[in-house]
Design a protein around this ligand. Structure first.
Ligand code: NAD
Length: 486
């Protein structure tokens, strides 16, 4: 039938086939207008020599349907294999990872019965760009990249999500007291965009205390928007404290496509034994139905699921003394949900999705527009050295021989702590030194040739430069951290 939405599905590894089968049975019984196309991913594909875990032909289906309902796969150990999740996320540009984490008390055991948070995690940037280098014997580096377009997209997505799902508050967490430029940009963009949504409360917290509060009293949070790394960690914490790992769904949203999956893995310890909880994948498909404009079916499935949970039909991971009327396997759990299609929960809040739910997988906002460039003045350079022959004062002496009219040494740091001039003898130093050179007259600019000349002189005095970072002012504001880390 033409009115069915084509979706790509993959049964995955471990418990994947069991939970996918259960989820598809419920969706079909609920009348979801879907036309699933199956692709192969995971173990079997890795074993056939495709290091990405997906065959080139499978992309054809994904690029056409732009919708992927995915069961978990195992990630092979050892080198040479790529993470399929990362590949799909980056290839399809799935920039927003949305993870609702709700408690179902008193039917599923949790210490936080009122918890109902949605974590919106930036999915493509931050330390996950995979740009890492060994710089010296003792020091490795991972580049943290935070971009203005990335921040604008994810933060606007979070406010749009809050507005469409009738949520009242968006909380942002960063560590911008330390990372003033990268996390500072995320926080700054959050404040800019929050001001455009005056009816939604907004707040910012430093991520360490924010994480502690989330773990202690999650009921005080509503929607959270986080950079990639903090979001990765905190969404697992939130899912865990809400109930069972088998319950939590997720969506990965991009401008051209979306992927829906349970947050748990392939659970090889219980695979093939009819023990797995299909709820994470089933609730992920509810998120998909809402996004593709089938909110009534989404409601039917979600409410039947809530009623089954209320009636005490629990898989082993959810089951607890006094709460589970019947401990059931994957198939019987799906049957219990199907039998309750059309019913509403009596104690838990019934799911209600607006009939006109707009598609959440298409960027709900205006396209990002590049701004006019700022005035950029090159005023100095940080040169990083690999050196182990002495301490800061010897290095300072050597480097002063490399000074020129345009560039003079003003500071040496080791692991971000200033060690020259006026360092403390107690400071532990590695073999990795950051040496800052600037024009001696404040406000004067330098050229790239000045930097090349400096690097040549540094080589002449026998030092090993491993990288440089230009120091620029943007419209007169320093585009680099001024002092030492805290
Ligand atoms: P896991 O989530 O598979 O299992 C952790 C624990 O939770 C196990 O005890 C398991 O039995 C239980 N569990 C998980 N899902 C359950 C469910 N639906 N019902 C009942 N219990 C459930 O994590 P793991 O053991 O660390 O990883 C196993 C494999 O899955 C690894 O190869 C890992 O790389 C992969 N993985 C894949 C994805 C994905 O495809 N999105 C995500 C995470 C892990």
């Amino acid at each position: 039938m033409n009115d069915k939405t084509p979706i790509t599905i993959a049964y995955g590894d471990g418990v994947g086939p069991e939970i996918m089968e259960a989820a598809l049975r419920v969706l079909e019984a609920a009348g979801a207008a879907l036309a699933p196309e199956q692709i192969q991913i995971g173990k079997e594909v890795y074993e056939r020599g495709f290091s990405a875990g997906i065959e080139p032909s499978a992309w054809e289906s994904l690029r056409r349907t732009k919708l992927f309902l995915k069961a978990p796969i195992m990630t092979p150990q050892g080198g040479g294999f790529k993470s399929l999740n990362v590949t799909i996320r980056k290839t399809l540009g799935l920039y927003a990872n949305v993870r609702p984490c709700a408690a179902y008390a008193p039917f599923v055991r949790t210490r936080h019965p009122l918890m109902n948070v949605v974590i919106i995690r930036e999915n493509e940037e931050d330390l996950y760009a995979g740009i890492e280098h060994r710089q010296t014997d003792e020091v490795m580096q991972c580049l943290k990249l935070i971009t203005r377009p990335g921040c604008e997209r994810i933060i606007r997505y979070a406010f749009e999500y809050a507005s469409r799902h009738h949520r009242s508050k968006v909380t942002c967490m960063t560590k911008d007291n330390i990372m003033k430029l990268t996390d500072g940009l995320f926080h700054g963009v959050f404040e800019e965009i929050a001001a455009q949504y005056p009816s939604i409360e907004s707040e910012h917290m430093i991520v360490d205390i924010g994480a502690a509060r989330l773990a202690d009293s999650p009921e005080r949070f509503d929607v959270l928007v986080l950079p990639n790394l903090y979001g990765d960690i905190l969404s697992d914490v939130a899912a865990q404290i809400a109930g069972s790992v088998g319950l939590a769904p997720s969506s990965n949203i991009g401008e051209i496509g979306a992927m829906y999956e349970a947050i748990h893995g392939s659970a090889p310890d219980i695979a093939g034994r009819d023990l797995a909880n299909p709820s994470g994948l089933l609730l992920s498909s509810v998120m998909m139905l809402v996004d593709i404009g089938q909110p009534k079916v989404a409601e039917r499935v979600h409410n039947a699921w809530l009623k089954a949970v209320e009636d005490g039909f629990h898989t082993g991971d959810m089951s607890a003394e006094g709460m589970s009327a019947r401990r059931v396997g994957t198939r019987d759990f799906a049957r219990a949900v199907i039998e309750r299609l059309g019913a509403l929960p009596e104690k838990l809040n019934a799911a209600k999705y607006p009939a006109t739910a707009p598609s959440g997988r298409v960027l709900p906002v205006k396209k990002w527009e590049r701004r006019a460039p700022l005035r950029k003045d090159l005023i100095g350079v940080d040169v990083f050295l690999h050196w182990r022959q002495g301490g800061p004062s010897e290095l300072g002496e050597l480097l002063r021989r490399a000074d020129s009219e345009a560039l003079k040494l003003v500071m040496i740091t080791n692991r971000g702590v200033k060690v020259w001039p006026d360092g403390l003898p107690e400071t532990f130093c590695t073999d990795h030194w950051r040496c800052r050179f600037v024009h001696p007259r404040s406000g004067e600019t330098i050229t790239h040739r000045d930097i090349i000349g400096l690097l040549e002189r540094i080589e002449e005095v026998g030092l090993d430069s491993i990288k440089t970072e230009n120091l620029c002012n943007f419209d007169g504001k320093p585009g680099y951290a001024l002092g030492q880390g805290q």
